[in-house]
Design a protein around this ligand. Structure first.
Ligand code: GLU
Length: 355
């Protein structure tokens, strides 16, 4: 009898273990990692050397460096590319966007993590914010130090990114970037340091939230349009129209603007001085471009502040668009996507206010 009770107890215990593993397993979110390269996947010859090659390490090796992520999420990975983000391209960005849209309604995915170099992360993040159609979290993550460095920042960044992507509270906040414990909106963030681990800031609108060892605290929802509310789509799109950025400074050569038009640009973004200003000759060249149907956006080379309409130049008369919140590189992304459809100047201006 004692033996039967003992066996019965063992069976019950085994059942309990199996049931709890299953229950725990079910509560773990499914995260799809789309890897693109960058320093997070970079390797150097030694732990203290500044030179290194981006995009050397595969997605499996990155996840293996943080085995703890498997306790908080079920991970699947796909290698989309393996480049330093200076070689990020619209081709790769379109691939990522289309893959997210393809998987957005799948029950097998609760959130997306995109590993990416930090140099152009703001462009990809903002592009995805405009053209992916999902409320599920889409999180970009990178690192400033290669995987082989002393105090590599990639593993904890990846752990935090996966924790944000799997958090139901992260839903509906648009595309975000998680690095060094901060959660930024794709709309607000910008890279501010070439080498420091604390390289991303959201100077105008502030953080979406913070995260610490996978415990997240959310502060706000972005108020611009994005995701399901965005009117932009990349369905069937294989190429984006040419948009050039031209940097304004003292005595800038205005013929750069004419050259850009001659080379087929459909849009031009001026990284203006101050409140999107530029010398008179450049303004005249912008007006010439606008008359030819090229959309010209005045943004700013200044790190923070908005560029308003008709402040120090007459945008109405010159036929120009003010970038408001967007820096030159994000203005270029928005303009490239907006130009996929013919639009009038005032419609373009409204887009720059809404997004
Ligand atoms: N150029 C590299 C990249 O963007 C370095 C920047 C980084 O990832 O931190 O991939």
């Amino acid at each position: 009898m004692k033996y039967i009770i003992f066996q019965f107890r063992n069976v019950l215990l085994t059942l309990l273990v199996v049931i709890s593993i299953d229950v725990l397993g079910q509560t773990k979110p499914n995260i799809l990692i789309l890897a693109t390269g960058g320093t997070i996947a970079g390797a150097a010859g030694s732990g203290v050397q500044s030179g290194y090659t981006s995009g050397q390490v595969t997605i499996d090796a990155m996840v293996n460096a943080v085995p703890d992520v498997l306790k908080v999420a079920k991970i699947k990975g796909e290698q989309i590319s393996n480049v330093g983000s200076q070689d990020m391209s619209f081709d790769i960005m379109l691939k990522i966007a289309k893959r997210i849209n393809e998987m957005a309604n799948s029950n097998d995915v609760d959130g997306f993590v995109i590993t990416h170099g930090t140099d152009t992360m703001e462009e990809t993040a903002y592009f995805l914010n405009l053209v992916t159609k999902t409320d599920k979290p889409v999180v970009l993550v990178g690192s400033m130090r290669p995987s082989t460095a002393v105090s590599a920042d990639g593993p904890l960044n990846l752990y935090n990114a996966i924790a944000v992507a799997g958090d139901p509270n992260a839903k509906g906040r648009g595309v975000v970037l998680v690095m060094n414990d901060w959660i930024h909106s794709a709309q607000s963030l910008t890279k501010v340091s070439t080498t420091a681990v604390q390289t991303f800031m959201s100077p105008l609108r502030g953080l979406i939230g913070v995260t610490s060892y996978g415990v997240n605290d959310f502060y706000r929802y972005p108020d611009q349009k994005f995701g399901n509310k965005s009117e932009f789509s990349v369905d069937g799109v294989t190429k984006l129209p040419r948009v050039d950025i031209i940097y304004a400074d003292v005595d800038m050569p205005a013929d750069l603007i004419d050259a850009s038009v001659e080379h087929g640009a459909k849009g031009i973004v001026i990284a203006g001085v101050g409140n999107g200003n530029m010398p008179k000759a450049a303004l005249e060249a912008c007006a010439r471009a606008s008359k030819k149907g090229v959309i010209v956006v005045r943004s700013t080379r200044v790190a923070t502040g908005t560029v308003g309409r008709n402040v120090e130049c007459n945008d109405d008369e010159l036929g120009l668009v003010a970038s408001y919140n967007l820096n030159p590189q994000k203005s270029r992304i928005l303009l490239s996507v907006a130009l996929l459809k013919p639009r009038k100047l005032d419609e373009m201006q409204k887009i720059f206010i809404d997004y």
